[in-house]
Ligand binder design. Sequence first.
Ligand code: AMP
Length: 286
Amino acid sequence: MDLIRTASDLRELTSAWRADGEVGLVPTMGSLHDGHASLIRRAREDATRTLVSIFVNPAQFGPGEDLAAYPRDEDRDVDVCRGLGVDAIWAPPVEEVYPSGVPLPEPDAGPVGETFEGAARPGHFRGVLKVVHRLFDLTGPCRAYFGQKDAQQLFLIGRMVRELAIPVTIVPCATVRESDGLACSSRNARLSPEEREQAGCLFLALSEAAGLARAGERETAVLVAAMAREIGATPMARIDYVAVVRDVTFEAIARIDGPARALVAVRFPSARLIDNLLLPGSAGAR
Ligand code: AMP
């Protein structure tokens, strides 16, 4: 397995790969967990060669966010990738991604980029699209793998690829969860044992919304109230937002009229967590 650091080495390696097969890209911020592993396994199944990028992207963190405290453990990540049969890791220093004085494209995240995660974290999606665009430019992947755990990010990346006609297939991957339903996340490591126990409330809330949708409830206010009640009953959790969006546009809706997704964002004292679930029965709802 190659471990490369520079943009020029990345270009050289992936263009050699493309000459005789397909390149799969799994972008990550490291601190790899079972969610990342499922993306990597999927890439290994589909693509001839798999590249994992490990880069904690400063452009997607706002002032006062957890950039410095974001967990990092490159040696362990390298072992995980080797164990999963990854062909190469790109783990660049910041100046290889953002060379000083070089203006890079900053695709517009549009109005959806200002809602939910974008409202809570101004500029976040501008930073996400900037780094993903740069990664696509340097790597030229045939397929790129992203988790549904970050559904708004996945939506915006899919739209960017369509709008800019970038020749890459985006492969959405199901959310991997712990036994109590908590979505795997690098930030989970920061939770105290007590917070970790209570963090199951995100999935409980989403499951309640799913249960209501399955039973035929179409008014999203009812689902939102149920989710807010569940999280509100959790002593250490503070709601950032709970919502139901139309899956194809990511707009909040009052009534479920097609595929819909429930979203939750919750602050614990040590970490802010997000999760979402496609609502059952909503695909055929009118
Ligand atoms: P991150 O390192 O948090 O930026 O995540 C890198 C990729 O892994 C993103 O596409 C995430 O959506 C995906 N991911 C993170 N957590 C999970 C999870 N629990 N299940 C599936 N994919 C995940």
